[in-house]
Design a protein around this ligand. Structure first.
Ligand SMILES: Cc1cc2nc3c(=O)[nH]c(=O)nc-3n(C[C@H](O)[C@H](O)[C@H](O)COP(=O)(O)O)c2cc1C
Length: 383
């Protein structure tokens, strides 16, 4: 299976290491960053969702109308809209982009962040609602007859949409989360299951959980797996490690100076994220700084395990080989975002993506040849 690369769409140029110099929504920057991805070998970019951030759906429509091939992964929180409305928005976006949309459904890992937009359900309730919501969006995308719905979280009557996606039967559904409730909901509904980069052994564990959850939900297929990292590359190993330490120093200085929003704090004043995914990242960081070929955890520790935050450090060759280790584990989609969004998207696209694609093509060819050999042996035995 060819590997896919997911980069980041952003409407402004800030990151953990540098304050934003653009407006929160800067048309030119938004387009420049996405175009850099399109021109440097990436398949798709993620529009993340945050309570105060520019709305990613119109931003995605803007990009889709300006670019020809780049695909879009649109993050969406069910609490901010009604599923009938959301399904039409997504179908319209799939039309605007001529079939380049995937929707990433976000349940929400922090009560505080959810409360900012009026969502006061518990996390388990939120996952149950996400599950009903995704099932409804899928049904609306594929149903040509009017229908009623009476569920736990939504009730409506006599609805049919007049706009349908270009992709048939429907666009893919992407999903993330590392709690038991997340595996159950995503295992049942997701086409793509997203994980934050962890050591290989822990990633293998999570892949197994996802596969089991899909089986438990009665599926015969399994979600494709996506894993996300923060690559830090340089021409030599030494320069890459210098850059990695500089990166963490910058993050710490910005947090110390109060420039980055502090994350949730526990009773002891330490970082206390509520979502299991971030708790896992902190636990892994507390147990060690380096894992496997190039995984480095101080970037995750410094940000309180804030989402995609574990780094892969080294030369492009080292980082490419590290990514291939995840491909060999069963990962289909590699997600990467640097700390200087634009320059790092170009460098990663230029120097890392080609190596990974070439090696994946070799592995796939070897597998195809082995299958062909087996087939011939079988024919010979039967003759
Ligand atoms: C790849 C990926 C991207 C995510 N993007 C967002 C996002 O843009 N906004 C957000 O609030 N949460 C985002 N999340 C958070 C999850 O959707 C989910 O709400 C959270 O991780 C649930 O926590 P859990 O690990 O306790 O199940 C993302 C998660 C993953 C794995």
């Amino acid at each position: 299976m060819p590997v896919e690369f997911l980069g980041i769409a952003a409407t402004g140029d800030g990151s953990e290491t540098s304050p934003r110099t653009t407006a929160a929504f800067d048309r030119d920057y938004t387009l420049r960053l996405a175009r850099a991805h399109e021109e440097h070998g990436w398949d798709r970019v993620l529009f993340a969702y945050g309570s105060g951030s520019p709305d990613p759906a119109p931003a995605a429509a803007f990009l889709a109308s300006k670019l020809d091939t780049l695909q879009i992964l649109l993050a969406h929180r069910p609490n901010v809209s009604y599923p009938t409305f959301a399904a039409k928005t997504f179908a319209t976006l799939d039309q605007i982009s001529d079939g380049r949309l995937t929707v990433h459904f976000i349940t929400g890992g922090s009560d505080q962040e959810q409360g900012r937009e009026g969502d006061f359900l518990t996390k388990d309730q939120r996952y149950a609602r996400t599950r009903e919501y995704i099932a409804l969006v899928k049904k609306i995308w594929t149903t040509r007859e009017r229908f009623d719905h009476e569920g736990e979280y939504y009730r409506f009557q006599d609805f049919v949409s007049d706009v349908f996606p270009v992709q048939q039967p429907r666009p893919d559904v992407s999903f993330g989360g590392s709690s038991d409730a997340a595996y159950a909901a995503g295992g049942a509904e997701a086409d793509i299951y997203c994980l934050w980069g962890e050591p290989l052994a822990r990633t293998a564990e999570q892949i197994e959980r996802v596969r089991q959850a899909a089986k438990d939900a009665g599926r015969t297929d399994t979600p494709r797996i996506q894993v996300a990292f923060r690559p830090i590359i340089a021409p030599t190993e030494e320069l890459a490690w210098e850059k990695a330490h500089r990166t963490v120093d910058l993050i710490k200085a910005r947090i110390g100076g109060g420039e980055l929003l502090p994350r949730a704090k526990g009773a002891d004043g330490g970082w206390a994220p509520q979502n299991t995914g971030s708790q896992r990242l902190l636990e892994i960081a507390a147990a060690g700084e380096r894992y496997d070929r190039a995984l480095w955890t101080p970037t995750a520790a410094a940000t309180g395990g804030a989402g995609n935050s574990n780094a892969l450090v080294g030369t492009p060759e080292t980082v490419a080989q590290a990514l291939l280790d995840y491909y060999d584990l069963g990962v289909d989609i590699l997600s990467a975002r640097g700390y200087h969004l634009l320059d790092d998207a170009i460098d990663f696209g230029r120097y890392v993506i080609p190596i990974v694609r070439e090696e994946v093509a070799k592995r796939d060819a070897a597998k195809a040849a082995a299958r062909e050999r087996d087939r011939h042996q079988l024919i010979a035995l039967q003759a």
